[in-house]
Design a binder for this molecule. Structure first.
Ligand code: UFG
Length: 333
């Protein structure tokens, strides 16, 4: 299929592009490179452009004869969304609506959309199933939920075939160490712990150890980025006119912050000093997925069910690229 991957130079997008290419799809990456990395796009055409540029998207859809869209381009930091809601509503909602209108104009009706656990807010029951009420507690979660609703309305009224994939905590890197996670600034747990192992940080700050969890630290469900990519390919195969899938993607295994740090110590052989800091505002104590619907509907099964195997792939990437993609650029000079 001929697929436009919007945000294909970002973390989850670039891993999905690779799998699409490997399975014989024709892939075009559309990215404004505000967060993405040119070096992460290999063997696919990279078109630089803005998500909000409806006319440009219509042109690309027509000229490249695009049949499906995967949409990864979003701002995705909870804290930032609280401090700067305007850019979240502009990019994640307003610009995405331009994309949907471009699709309608060019009669592209298939879309796989990156959604998030953040649409659930602070759920009362764990694990979280798709039937769990969606009550976001921050602008990021709201923006993703708005688009989930828009997609179901577009499916019903205009015949779009949609899949909204609700990621839990994306982690890990391509097992060959070629592409991986590189955010600036970095705020995610596993990269920060591994930067500590590399000596780039003195210690890792644990955001709160007084949560109502067995060791007092927050529990999350870390899912390998290649497992997320695989789910996108499988969801694409399921899209039919007027269909609307909404699926959780996680391993179902909760890991506390302390257990993630322990796994990183084991994998890296580094002592990784820690310090306990205040809770980070907006962090729910526990988020773990019930992904049985995705398994049933997509025939999907995570290939990295345990945290150590996920951390191993992340470590391969971070130790080979201590400065992320900037390491590759320096080596090429
Ligand atoms: N943490 C620390 N120290 C750090 C960084 C993180 O203790 O230096 C803790 C956090 O408090 C949290 C856990 O590690 O308990 C994971 O934090 P991340 O920042 O790696 O990930 P989040 O769970 O906050 O965020 C992820 C996605 C978001 C999504 C959110 C939904 O990155 O896009 O889950 O809750 F919105």
């Amino acid at each position: 299929m001929r697929i436009l991957v919007i945000g294909g130079a970002g973390y989850v997008g670039s891993h999905t592009v690779r799998q699409l290419l490997r399975t014989g799809h024709d892939v075009f990456v559309y990215d404004n490179l505000s967060k993405g990395h040119r070096q992460s796009v290999k063997d696919a055409e990279l078109i630089e452009g803005e998500l909000a540029d409806r006319q440009k998207l219509i042109r690309i859809f027509r000229e490249r004869e695009i049949e499906a869209v995967m949409h990864f381009a979003a701002f995705a930091l909870v804290g930032e969304s609280v401090a700067q809601p305007a850019i979240y509503y502009q990019n994640n909602v307003s610009a995405t609506l331009e994309l949907l209108e471009a699709m309608r104009a060019a009669q592209v009706w298939r879309i796989v959309f990156s959604s998030t656990t953040a649409t659930y807010g602070q759920p009362e029951r764990i694990p979280i199933a798709e039937t769990t009420p969606q009550m976001p507690i921050n602008p990021y979660g709201f923006t993703k939920l708005v688009i989930e609703h828009a997609l179901s309305d577009y499916a019903q009224a205009y015949g779009f075939g949609c899949a909204a994939l609700r990621y839990f905590n994306a982690a890990g890197a391509s097992p060959d160490g070629d592409i991986g996670e590189d955010h600036d600034p970095e705020s995610h747990l596993i990269p920060i712990v591994l930067q500590t192992a590399l000596g780039q940080r003195e210690r890792i700050g644990i955001f709160g150890n007084d949560y109502p969890t067995p060791d007092g630290t927050c529990i999350r469900d870390y899912i390998h980025v290649d497992d997320l990519a695989d789910a996108h390919l499988k969801a694409l195969d399921q899209l039919r006119p007027s269909s609307n899938l909404q699926l959780n993607l996680g391993t179902g295994q909760g890991q506390s912050v302390l257990s993630v740090i322990e796994a990183c110590r084991k994998v890296t052989g580094h002592p990784i000093p820690t310090t306990v800091e205040a809770r980070r505002p907006g962090d729910p104590a526990e988020l773990v997925a019930d992904s049985s619907l995705a398994k049933k509907v997509l025939g999907w099964e995570p290939q990295y069910p345990d945290i150590e195997s996920i951390v191993e792939t992340a470590w391969r990437w971070h130790s080979a690229h201590p400065r992320g993609y900037a390491s590759q650029a320096a080596a090429a000079r």
